[in-house]
Design a protein around this ligand. Structure first.
Ligand SMILES: Nc1ncnc2c1ncn2[C@@H]1O[C@H](COP(=O)(O)OP(=O)(O)OP(=O)(O)O)[C@@H](O)[C@H]1O
Ligand SMILES: [Mg+2]
Length: 247
């Protein structure tokens, strides 16, 4: 019998996520509050994640695939602790660097230079560390020319470059990446893939959502296919990607 003694770093058990969706269109905030007070507002429960269980082992590059709205980002947010599941349990061991909502940690009115410090603080880095790593962040993102421009004037690819450069400056135990790489150009994607590969070599666990099956196939060792909030298939990269592509 094959004994698997790799450490489980993410354990998701019987997790469900329900969202409330207002079932009627209201024309104003005032109307909303009046209806709310009169208890005339009805919500429809929407099941975004429907009782899923899986675990991720240390050193895995775990891919999640599936159609739009199947629950990939919701799953990542649950693992990162951004969302608390309606039901079930999630145990995560180690430090997590989530790259989920592009620019969520940024103040778009501020310049990239200011945001590097702001976002670094959000990620728990000290000012000293950011001072030391500042040039490396700027170099990796290739945004030196635009450092003192407010980030609201950046393209989404430029925001992604800065976000990725900051989040990966310190090697986390678990790196969570939601598609943001896909907004980068080919050259930057290559660079990100190389940095991810370097992290893999150093034992970082990676959870990656991507619509780019080629990218999933070249980076991942395990893949989970979600369909309408349920696990359709979970296993080796080859079999899952083949089935998904042929579906
Ligand atoms: N905060 C929210 N409130 C209400 N519904 C939500 C919320 N977040 C997600 N949903 C719903 O949950 C479902 C799953 O969304 P999710 O963002 O996880 O999909 P996804 O697989 O990441 O899709 P995509 O490929 O388009 O990024 C969708 O139907 C979405 O509308
Ligand atoms: Mg998504």
């Amino acid at each position: 019998m094959k004994v698997n003694n790799k450490k489980k770093v993410v354990q998701v058990e019987n997790v469900s996520m329900h969202f409330n969706m207002s079932s009627e269109k209201l024309d104003s905030l005032k109307e909303y509050f009046i209806k709310l007070l009169k208890r005339q507002l009805f919500f429809k429960k929407y099941v975004a994640i429907d009782n899923i269980s899986f675990s991720i082992e240390q050193g895995d590059v775990f891919g999640i695939v599936g159609l739009n709205g199947c629950g990939k980002s919701t799953t990542l947010k649950i693992i990162s602790g951004i969302l608390k599941p309606t039901m079930g349990s999630v145990v995560v061991s180690g430090s997590v660097a989530p790259l989920i909502e592009l620019g969520a940690g940024f103040d778009m009115e501020l310049t990239a230079r200011e945001n590097i410090y702001l976002n670094g603080a959000v990620l728990g880095y000290s000012k000293k560390l950011i001072d030391e790593k500042f040039d490396e962040i700027v170099e990796f993102s290739e945004m030196r020319e635009f450092l003192d421009v407010p980030m609201k004037n950046y393209s989404s690819g430029m925001v992604a470059r800065i976000a990725f450069a900051i989040a990966t400056i310190v090697q986390p135990d678990i790196l969570i990446v939601d598609e943001i790489l896909s907004v980068g150009d080919f050259h930057f994607q290559e660079k990100c893939n190389r940095r991810i590969e370097q992290m893999m070599k150093n034992g970082t666990t990676i959870v990656l959502v991507s619509h780019d099956i080629e990218q999933i196939q070249s980076l991942c060792n395990k893949v989970m296919w979600l369909e309408k909030g349920k696990i359709k298939m979970l296993g080796g990269v080859k079999e899952v990607c083949e089935s998904y592509k042929n579906s």
